[in-house]
Design a protein around this ligand. Structure first.
Ligand code: SF4
Length: 488
């Protein structure tokens, strides 16, 4: 089937209606709904994305057609593809879904569905690469504040689509991601949030910064010469991205050294420490001492440095370091035990079932999570693999001690008046005294001019098998959080 038969002629044909709209799914959607309401068939429309097209805010909102959720999700992703025919494809699919082909999305062999799927896959692959290969560099702005600026070259128009991930992941930093297909900027949740600007050239982005050495140390420390598979590495990290990756400059040398390093490793007696631990790129204290501009800068620098931490064996099987998040000057800091399975994948604390319960309890206690700094005593997920599942394993006193410099650095940077320890492990990490949950729970403890409150970990509440007991414990949990709310 030719493209013309699928999507109509390659340019506006005689009698075709030209639909000008601002490029992007948000503008295409109402335009498509309007044409649909007027009964204009796909072959009678010529889609013309135009950044100068007028914004028709006063036009009555066209009715929303009933289409499967999966179509909307896929259409939103496919709209970022660089193929100009994507708009015609989306309208054609929309037309068919609303004209007797309600089950179209289930026809995996349909030519248009095949094309839609290919577009979605290409866009998601591009987003994945952007998440993996964006490298921020610190730039001091005119107001003396630090902005982290990255350069990336996407294959598709994914900047707006992917920006939400970065605003959640780096909510404490002011950052900009510059690309030749548009730029995204984050000013912080309280200072304008996310905004977008026109494409720029490579020259607009910095080439290096003081963090460059940290990335190099990080990459050197995770590069395992015994596991290197050059083809697999190049397929995961294609060469076209290398020029913008500071660590990639090390790759040729690391590959040259790989055989010699493997021989040295084999000749060395195996010990768990030697095999699995490595240096921290900098001590958290040193990082904190250098980041003087603001608490937000200090936290951003700490979060970046912690990504490279190899201070105990937990880093190796985990996906990533899960650092704390929240306002740099929060009055209350919540400290949990360690990230769970979902936190490990998302890279954010308390986003799994325990996080949902925590959010509910905070709201019931009159606390807004957005106003709290939330972190864990241990920054990597400790688990035991069981088949395909990863079962949470309690961090040992040694794990907690190894990670303590990070949580202490967060404490110094945020400087909260109140620290709520969620569970005994968090209490032991933060307080220099013997504790038991039964005796110390719900009591204020003063240490270093700060108030500490020990309460249960939300995961403990989720594990209670008895419903009534769970409710009693939940109510107690809320009342203890309420103590912190009142004190703050
Ligand atoms: S758990 Fe803490 S000390 Fe261990 S590697 Fe992770 S960040 Fe470093």
């Amino acid at each position: 089937m030719t493209q013309a038969s699928l999507f109509g002629p390659a340019q506006a044909g005689k009698g075709q209606q030209v639909c000008r709209f601002r490029p992007g799914f948000e503008a295409w959607q109402p335009a498509a709904r309007r044409l649909l309401a007027q009964g204009i068939a796909p072959q009678d429309v010529w889609w013309q994305p135009d950044s100068q097209a007028p914004v028709d805010d006063d036009a009555p909102a066209p009715p929303a057609p009933r289409v499967p959720r999966v179509f909307l999700d896929m259409a939103r992703a496919a709209s970022c593809h660089s193929q100009p025919d994507r708009w015609a494809l989306l309208y054609s699919l929309l037309w068919r879904l609303t004209h007797g082909e309600r089950h179209l999305m289930q026809l995996g062999g349909d030519a248009q569905i095949v094309r839609l799927t290919a577009y979605v896959k290409a866009v998601r692959r591009d987003v994945h690469k952007m998440k993996a290969f964006v490298r921020f560099r610190a730039v001091t702005e005119n107001d003396g504040q630090t902005r982290y600026v990255a350069w990336f070259e996407p294959a598709h128009f994914i900047v707006e689509y992917a920006a939400g991930f970065f605003s959640r992941r780096f909510s404490n930093m002011r950052w900009s991601i510059l690309t030749p297909l548009g730029c995204a900027h984050w000013e912080g949740a309280d200072a304008g949030g996310l905004w977008f600007s026109a494409p720029v050239d490579r020259g607009a982005a910095p080439d290096g910064d003081a963090l460059e050495d940290a990335w190099q140390v990080y990459y050197r420390s995770i590069f395992n010469p015994a596991r290197v598979k050059v083809r697999a590495m190049q397929s995961e990290m294609p060469r076209k991205y290398w020029k913008n990756l500071p660590e990639a400059r090390l790759i040729p040398q690391l590959l040259r050294e790989a055989d010699r390093r493997v021989s040295t490793m084999q000749a060395r007696p195996a010990s768990e420490e030697r095999l699995h631990c490595g240096p921290r790129p900098d001590s958290p204290g040193e990082t904190l001492a250098r980041a003087t501009a603001s608490a937000g800068d200090a936290l951003s620098a700490l979060a970046l440095r912690a990504q490279a931490c190899r201070g105990c064996p937990l880093w190796e099987p985990a996906t990533q370091t899960v650092f704390g998040e929240g306002p740099a000057r929060a009055r209350i800091m919540l400290v949990g035990e360690q990230p769970g399975d979902q936190e490990d994948l998302a890279g954010r604390p308390f986003v799994g079932p325990a996080g949902e319960l925590l959010d509910r309890a905070l709201a019931a206690a009159g606390l807004d999570r957005g106003q709290l700094y939330v972190t864990n005593a241990v920054k990597h997920f400790k688990f035991e693999p069981r088949g395909k599942r990863r079962i949470h394993a309690k961090p040992s006193a040694r794990d907690i001690a190894a990670c303590r410099p990070w949580v202490e650095a967060e404490l110094r940077a945020v400087d909260p008046a109140i620290v709520v320890c969620l569970g005994l492990s968090a209490g032991l990490a933060m307080l220099d005294r013997p504790l038991t949950l039964n005796r110390s729970r719900g009591q204020w403890i003063e240490q270093d001019a700060r108030q500490y409150l020990l309460t249960a970990h939300p995961a403990y509440l989720l594990r209670l098998p008895d419903r009534r007991r769970r409710q009693v414990e939940y109510d107690r949990f809320v009342s203890e959080l309420a103590l912190a709310a009142q004190a703050a």
